[in-house]
Design a protein around this ligand. Structure first.
Ligand SMILES: [Cu+2]
Length: 176
């Protein structure tokens, strides 16, 4: 029966691991992170290179002494109005869960930064790998106040693999 127990245990861990890797973490701006970019179109260029899905997570990496991240309406995004954000994330790295399909708008509230290009607009598609709260054809606007989160849904799949292998090794050696 010991073998069945080990098999069940390993299976459970494997399933949990696989479920945890469905979401993709995107570091906004790549290695340059979240800052006043060298060109005003830098973040739209970055966004156009990725296909975001519901369940993915944006990671904003920034110098928190001079920057923050605010999610705002399209109108405030277009006008660089920093006065009415839904939420402001001021600790780096900041994780923002893209819970539902729709359009998302972000900017830095530091004076002058948005107008110099530190703003991000993305469109999130329905998740292809799992259920979503939005039925096809009727995508409601996202509710950004629920999108902010303090922790990522998954960090570092390579770390996860290492932990899984380690766990399995321990389980096998102690139970066999
Ligand atoms: Cu800034």
């Amino acid at each position: 029966m010991a073998n069945a127990k080990i098999t069940a245990c390993v299976l459970a861990v494997t399933v949990a691991f696989l479920l945890g890797t469905e979401a993709t973490n995107y570091t906004v701006g790549g290695s340059g992170g979240w800052k006043v970019p060298s060109s005003t179109g830098a973040y739209s260029d970055w966004a156009s290179q990725h296909a975001f899905e519901a369940g993915d997570v944006l990671v904003f990496d920034f110098d928190s002494s001079t920057n923050d991240v605010a999610d705002v309406t399209k109108e405030d995004y277009d006008a660089c109005n920093t006065g009415a954000p839904f939420t402001v994330l001021s600790t780096s790295p900041a994780y923002y869960s893209l819970d539902t399909a729709g359009d998302y708008y972000f900017l830095c509230t530091t004076t002058g930064h948005c107008s110099q290009g530190q703003k991000l607009a993305i469109t999130v598609a329905k998740s292809l790998s799992g259920p979503t709260s939005s039925p096809p054809g009727s995508l409601p606007p996202p509710s950004p106040t629920t999108g902010a989160t303090a922790s990522p849904t998954s960090v570092g799949s390579s770390l996860g693999v290492a932990q899984l292998v380690l766990f399995m090794s321990i389980a096998m050696s102690s139970l066999c």
